[in-house]
Design a protein around this ligand. Structure first.
Ligand SMILES: NC(=O)c1ccc[n+]([C@@H]2O[C@H](COP(=O)([O-])OP(=O)(O)OC[C@H]3O[C@@H](n4cnc5c(N)ncnc54)[C@H](O)[C@@H]3O)[C@@H](O)[C@H]2O)c1
Length: 327
């Protein structure tokens, strides 16, 4: 502990789980007082009780501007000010192998949390900070917002918009001493990551598939390991602290180098992971090979269709840009 955040008051939205929870812990370790803002009341209250007097929980749905206004007022009332606003809450959304399959029914929900929640959170915090000596606003985007892909297009678009918004806000708020930056995490195992990929699967299949996807993602990561919520929390401390006092409008990727070209490395890997699942109406288990995009382009074998295995798995790997092939 280096006491980087002593005398600072921070709000962390989505602070009851995953990346937000790690940031709450790290901010507290560095001496801040922290409001955990989340729609998960049980976990939020339990965490605040566990962390003691320097933490408080406020039930907040970031898609509701009124609730974000109340949240800022709560932080000021409870801890006497607001210096750091970490707009971190986010949701994924279904994954489709083809954009044409996406009927956009989820669009308003995802944009409401991931983009409007960030914009309203920034504005509400800035309205206080402009009158009280400035502050630091940190927004969570994603490498999905940096690197275009074929999967989860609404999610990716929302995260790309967060980056552009962050840069605009940095320009607009700099004169008030308010810095606005964003963090783009790579794939970090959290409930959000798992839920976005494994809807409608049995527990066993989900566990097996998730393990395999994680293995592929490590292959694609130059630093050759999975990221952790704590890795992202370190970046949040940097932006929250005065160490980043001349830094605004930036995107800090915390992805082990994936966006720098990890996928190209993976293409050179000869070993394709195997995945087995029971076929429909049969006890036989068919071994299938998961091929990355480069291999798919050169393969002469037909990819697996929905008759060979559960459509949900084909859809999930398709959403990642992969295909399953027999053998
Ligand atoms: N995990 C990853 O690999 C990854 C990668 C890139 C970006 N992100 C982003 O990081 C952020 C945190 O994700 P995570 O992986 O920690 O997920 P998570 O599911 O572990 O945590 C998200 C938290 O946000 C809360 N939340 C959801 N909707 C909310 C709302 N409307 N109002 C308030 N709180 C709400 C949830 O209750 C949960 O506690 C998200 O913005 C996500 O898009 C995550």
């Amino acid at each position: 502990m280096t006491n980087e955040l002593v005398d600072k008051v921070a709000i962390v939205t989505g602070g009851a789980s995953g990346l937000g929870r790690a940031a709450v812990q790290q901010f507290l370790t560095e001496g801040a007082r922290v409001v955990i803002a989340d729609i998960d009341r049980d976990r939020g209250e339990a965490l605040a009780a566990e962390y003691g007097a320097d933490a408080a929980y406020k039930l907040t749905d970031v898609s509701d501007p009124q609730q974000i206004g109340d949240l800022v007022a709560f932080a000021v009332q409870t801890f006497g000010g607001l210096h750091v606003m970490f707009n971190n809450a986010g949701i994924s959304g279904p994954m489709y192998p083809r954009f044409l399959d996406d009927d956009l029914t989820d669009f308003d929900r995802v944009i409401g949390v991931n983009l409007r929640g960030v914009m309203v959170g920034t504005r509400s915090a800035a309205l206080y900070m402009t009158e009280h000596g400035g502050g630091s606003i940190i927004n969570t985007t994603s490498i999905a917002g940096v690197q275009p892909s074929r999967s989860q297009i609404t999610y990716a678009a929302s995260k790309a918009a967060v980056i552009h918004f962050t840069q605009c806000a940095a320009i607009a708020l700099g004169e008030y001493g308010i810095r606005v930056n964003c963090i783009a995490p790579g794939n970090i195992p959290t409930p959000l990551l798992e839920s976005s990929r494994t809807q409608s699967l049995s527990d066993d299949t989900r566990a097996e598939l998730f393990k395999l996807i994680r293995q592929i993602q490590v292959d694609m990561t130059p630093l050759n390991r999975e990221g952790t919520p704590e890795d992202v929390a370190q970046a949040a401390v940097y932006f929250a602290s005065d160490r980043s006092r001349y830094v605004t409008g930036t995107v800090l990727r915390v992805d082990g180098g994936t966006a720098a070209g990890g996928r190209a490395e993976h293409r050179r890997s000869s070993a394709s992971p195997r995945f087995r699942w029971p076929c429909h109406g049969s006890r036989r288990r068919t071994p299938l090979t998961l091929r990355p995009p480069a291999a798919v382009q050169t393969s002469t074998r037909r990819p697996v269709g929905t008759r060979t295995g559960p459509a949900s798995i084909t859809r999930i790997v398709g959403g990642l840009g992969y295909q399953l092939h027999p053998g």
